[in-house]
Design a protein around this ligand. Structure first.
Ligand SMILES: Cc1cc2nc3c(=O)[nH]c(=O)nc-3n(C[C@H](O)[C@H](O)[C@H](O)COP(=O)(O)OP(=O)(O)OC[C@H]3O[C@@H](n4cnc5c(N)ncnc54)[C@H](O)[C@@H]3O)c2cc1C
Length: 437
């Protein structure tokens, strides 16, 4: 819409978690100049799997094969849920666009076919998700094969923390008789007692280490139809490393996400940073927003930044709040209640602290505190105490929104991507023609 200059832009996005990244991407794709403020958020801890909606209702723990059927049920039964407010067609487009951008940045995902997939976790459980990195999809294909689960070899590395192929095989054994496990030394790290996934991922970008690893696995294949490995197949060049393993072993190879901080989380963050750079989003990743105000000119807002010497002041025609919940610091909780950190916006929350949690911590219906957040109007603008938009061009997206429990509903990325898309539609609409960036 306008080419941004210096410290002014059409849209300032506060937050660089999944929701902030999605909002900045969609702003840039709509031709809006964008400045994004904040560091990586929960992405570093993410598995690389993009959940859309896996569980509904949360209290029943019902898993859905089709996330779109789940969304339809959500819209009927919980119309106030932020995901239920986004048109399913728009969600489809938003996901396609997000995944395409990641693919351009070198992080390929399996084609989205409108259905949820089952993916093996490091605990040996199955996770229901939607967007699956190409490096993990052979595992999902194997798990879902119509003729039953074919023999498979899981390999781990001596000394790799918190990843045991034996534990996965033991957990799944009775449901997957042909699942075998083997442990090997990681070439070049034989004498290292404790290995870290990111180090192995970097080491496997060297052709020599890759070939030595493949040569160690080759004699163990037996009747395996596929090979599962911890998610360490490269960092910035994961596509090439994965392809080299498949070619070298002559079988489908799949990664299993490891515990946070995970290599897939690092890859996702790296890819999103490349996407931002390619789309011309100006990032202030070492800064945070200290204050936000409407300034004298009714069409703009001013953001005061910390984190750079002397601070910085930005001017934006619209602002998207994507500051997350408690871990992102968008919300804080104390004895007096839950507060929105930046502007003190009213937070929808239980009437008293006693109502924050169920008596049973593992209660399947979850805890009311996890559904606390900002109330918004139909245009994704957070409301003030009188129920009016707090500012005419302030929008809120992602996990800071009220009425959802993304962790239990398995809708983290879905919530981020869908709400960012829907809010950015409103932003573009409100900003209309020429910009002032
Ligand atoms: C352990 C873990 C596992 C996960 N696994 C999955 C998974 O398997 N599948 C999936 O789909 N998703 C997963 N997620 C990610 C999840 O989708 C997102 O974390 C969630 O959607 C929240 O994203 P968000 O952007 O709303 O908030 P956050 O990720 O919390 O980001 C908030 C951002 O706001 C910034 N911020 C806060 N205040 C300010 C300020 N004043 N100025 C500037 N910046 C500010 C923070 O620094 C941060 O960048 C996982 C997350 C975690 C933590």
């Amino acid at each position: 819409m306008t080419s941004g200059r210096g410290n002014s832009c059409d849209v300032a996005v506060i937050g660089a978690g999944m929701a902030g990244m999605a909002a900045a991407l969609f702003a840039a794709e709509r031709g809006l100049s964008c400045i994004q403020v904040g560091s990586g958020g929960g992405i570093l801890f993410a598995s690389g799997l993009l959940d859309l909606l896996g569980v509904h209702p949360v209290a029943e723990g019902r898993l859905w094969r089709s996330p779109y059927a789940a969304l339809a049920a959500l819209a009927r039964e919980q119309p106030g849920h932020p995901l239920a407010r986004v048109d399913p067609g728009a969600i489809r487009t938003a996901f396609e666009s997000f995944v395409a951008a990641l693919g351009e940045a070198g992080l390929a995902y399996a084609p989205l076919r409108g259905r949820n997939r089952s993916v093996l976790t490091a605990l040996g459980t199955l996770k229901t998700t939607f967007g699956v990195p190409l490096s993990m999809v052979a595992g999902a294909n194997l798990l879902e094969a119509p003729g039953g689960r074919q023999p498979c070899l899981l390999v781990d590395f001596r000394g790799l923390r918190e990843f045991s192929a034996r534990q996965i095989a033991a957990t799944l054994g009775d449901r997957w008789p042909g699942l075998r496990c083997q442990r090997i030394d990681f070439p070049g790290f034989e004498a290292v007692p404790e290995l870290y996934a990111a180090h192995l991922a970097r080491a496997l970008e060297s052709g020599e280490t890759r070939e030595r690893t493949i040569a160690l696995i080759q004699p163990l294949l037996g009747d395996a139809h596929a090979v599962g490995l911890p998610a360490v197949l490269g960092l910035g060049h994961s596509r090439a490393v994965h392809a080299a393993f498949e070619a070298g072993l002559g079988l489908p190879v799949f990664e299993i996400p490891t515990m946070p901080t995970s290599v897939p989380g690092l890859r996702l963050l790296g890819a999103l940073e490349r996407v931002m750079a390619a789309r011309g989003v100006r990032r202030r990743h070492l800064s945070s927003v200290r204050a936000l105000a409407r300034n004298g000119n009714p069409g703009t807002m001013t953001l005061e930044l910390d984190g750079v010497p002397g601070g910085e002041r930005l001017s934006a025609r619209a602002v998207v709040l994507a500051t997350g919940r408690f871990s992102g610091r968008g919300l804080t909780a104390d004895r007096g209640g839950v507060r929105e950190s930046l502007l003190g916006l009213p937070v929808q929350q239980p009437a008293s602290r006693e109502a924050w949690h169920q008596r049973d911590f593992l209660d399947p219906s979850g805890h009311a505190i996890n559904r606390a957040g900002l109330r918004i109007d139909a245009a994704w603008r957070p409301l003030d105490a009188s129920g009016q938009p707090a500012m005419p061009r302030l929008y809120a997206v992602g996990s800071i929104l009220a009425g959802q429990d993304w962790m239990r509903a398995k809708c983290g990325s879905g919530l981020a991507i869908a709400t960012a898309w829907a809010a950015m539609e409103q932003v573009a609409d409100h900003l209309g023609g020429a910009g002032a960036g």
